[in-house]
Design a protein around this ligand. Structure first.
Ligand code: PMP
Length: 593
């Protein structure tokens, strides 16, 4: 097989969006009975038939372990893997394929550089510059590297628009700076960073630059040589390719000087028990059997993308961005986060008036078949800087159309209208669930009483009610209704000690043993997300006012599965729910369990 290099064609005809969409089988699916509007492309893009078939053909006709086989099948698989690397090198405009290391993704690429380059090059007093826009995967590995070496992390601040403050960056640079690691595009706000300038400034003080290209490579042409990037990383699954495959580009001289990252097969030249010498690039950094099918799929994705042409992609996605910004801006009480002059096709927002938690926005949009992302987007320092816990984010790919954006805007408008027409329901609506406290003002002395004889009996009642609701949208509505009726927790109880970590929204829980009781546990809890308030109401119904031993005997995870929560709540949310259960169980165990 001779590697084919198809130069990126200059498109002369407009993008045929219908033809592009037709290549994505998943776009034909329906969610909750509605056509899918997939607007979470910054998390992962969908895969066109060309990629799906390339991976499937590989498995059906070509699979064998690479490099070692004496037989034709293995030689062919090796050639396919080599070819994939050549496609990647051409795509990034690397000087040679050996500078492109296959990884599991962006995260692994950064960890590789931080561990390997960091170990060999960082010393006490050295500085690494990151930016306030970074994803956790471009923060945590550097914290480890800095800690191990006694080096220090400096952070480029971001302004109100979500742009990096380049003057501040210049002030941070010094002869102590060893490396600057920034993203090409912010996954939380969409800001396109001036990385050419950032790299040049880093080089001017003798520092290296690593660029996290996770959010760029599918949306614009990349030329690592023109950028003069020292390292550039990206993931296949944000580029219309498979998960579990990504690329670390590094300049040959740097990669050659770096110690290997992992030890194992394929990365060695010679092994004795006394000493090991290492293979040449790229194998030195690819220990063990690689994700061959992933590399094949990634190459197919790149070729597919090149077949469309970035000129088309950029024009189309900028139109989507403009339309989405305009439609969302029209909505009352919606505040867009991230107003950079150069933005990728991504809109982040919060609803402030009336305040509606991003989690609730995401779950309600899901019921309309619209997939967006809510949360901190793995950018907690940025959220802290903006003084918010999360945003709702719609991010676009080449297959999205204006109709999907209109559907999004209309659905968000309906969420706002729903909250406006029930202002009391989104704010305080003291209607305690449990009998004894009904009608009473809610304060620290009014914890809900037991709703049934035991948690198991309460669970039966809840399950019976949920059993009458035929589908998830109706069960979701039931949980939301419970959330609306949950009394607000007094602010005095929203203390640090009562904060429950591990939940995506802010959750507080004040649990205690009822005074003068024999181990009866009761609790109040609250959250800024209505869906979580609904889950809290369920927990209160199950647990509050119950005996500690009965609480410990109750199998909550099995009950949540029975209600269908496993299937419909994200992992983070399930973990949040379990964190609340854990807190109640801990108190029960301490007191009479
Ligand atoms: N950096 C950025 C800017 C990202 O958007 C992401 C994914 N959200 C990552 C790094 C991590 O990518 P992966 O999970 O594919 O390793």
């Amino acid at each position: 097989m001779t590697p084919r290099f198809s130069p990126t064609p200059v498109p002369s005809v407009p993008l045929d969006l219908g033809a592009v969409r037709a290549q994505f089988p998943i776009l034909e699916t329906r969610v909750h009975g509605r056509p899918l509007a997939y607007l979470d492309n910054a998390a992962s893009t969908q895969q066109p038939r060309q990629v799906i078939h390339a991976v499937s053909d590989y498995h059906q006709q070509y699979h064998a372990n690479i490099h070692r086989g004496t037989y034709q099948l293995s030689r062919n698989a090796t050639r396919m893997h080599d070819y994939a690397r050549e496609v990647v090198a051409h795509f990034l405009h690397a000087a040679e394929p050996a500078e492109c290391i296959f990884t599991r993704g962006t995260t692994e690429g950064i960890n590789l550089v931080a561990a390997s380059w960091g170990r060999a090059n960082l010393a006490p007093g050295d500085e690494i510059i990151l930016s306030a826009l970074e994803h956790h995967s471009n923060i945590v590995p550097w914290q480890w590297a800095a800690e191990a070496a006694g080096a220090r992390i400096r952070v480029i601040p971001v302004d109100e628009a979500g742009e990096l403050q380049i003057d501040e960056y210049r002030r941070l640079l010094s002869p102590r700076t060893r490396l600057v690691a920034v993203n090409h595009v912010s996954n939380a706000l969409g800001t396109i960073n001036p990385i050419r300038e950032i790299i040049d400034e880093a080089h001017a003080v003798g520092a290296l630059a690593l660029i996290d290209g996770a959010q760029w490579v599918a949306h614009g042409a990349t030329d690592v040589q023109a950028l003069d990037a020292d390292f550039y990383v990206f993931s296949g699954h944000k580029l219309y390719g498979p998960t579990g495959i990504g690329v670390l580009y590094g300049k040959r001289s740097l990669l050659e000087a770096m110690p290997p990252y992992q030890g194992g097969g394929d990365m060695i030249e010679q092994v004795t028990f006394e000493r090991t010498t290492y293979a040449q690039l790229p194998n030195k950094f690819e220990a063990g059997t690689p994700h061959i099918a992933g590399a094949v799929g990634l190459a197919a994705a790149i070729e597919w993308l090149q077949g469309i042409g970035f000129e088309h992609i950029v024009a189309h996605e900028q139109r989507l961005l403009q339309h989405a910004t305009q439609r969302l801006c029209e909505l009352p009480g919606l505040e867009i986060k991230g107003r950079a002059r150069h933005k990728s096709a991504l809109v982040s927002w919060i609803l402030v008036d009336p305040p509606i938690g991003t989690l609730d926005i995401g779950m309600q949009l899901d019921l309309c078949g619209i997939c967006i992302r809510t949360g901190h987007h793995c950018c907690q320092p940025l959220m802290d800087r903006m003084g918010i816990a999360s945003t709702a984010r719609a991010s676009f790919g080449v297959y999205n159309d204006l109709d999907e954006i209109d559907r999004l805007a209309e659905a968000v408008a309906a969420i706002i209208a729903g909250a406006q027409s029930h202002p009391a329901r989104t704010q305080d609506a003291p209607r305690p669930l449990a009998e004894g406290s009904r009608g009473a003002p809610v304060n620290a002395d009014h914890y809900p009483l037991a709703s049934a004889a035991s948690p198991a009996a309460a669970a039966e009642e809840i399950a019976e009610l949920f059993g009458l609701l035929p589908d998830w949208p109706m069960r979701h509505q039931q949980i939301m209704d419970l959330g609306e009726r949950l009394p607000r927790m007094p602010d005095a109880l929203k203390t640090e000690a009562n904060f429950v970590p591990g939940c995506q929204s802010r959750v507080y829980m004040a649990a205690r043993v009822r005074p003068d009781s024999n181990g009866v546990i009761e609790f109040l809890a609250d959250s800024d997300a209505k869906i979580v308030r609904g889950l809290i109401a369920l927990l209160q119904q199950l647990y509050s006012g119950q005996d500690a031993q009965a609480i410990l005997a109750f199998d909550a995870p099995a009950f949540f599965t029975r209600l269908g929560l496993d299937e419909h709540l994200s992992m983070t949310r399930r973990n949040g729910l379990l964190a609340m259960v854990e807190r109640i169980r801990r108190i029960a165990a301490q007191h009479g369990g």
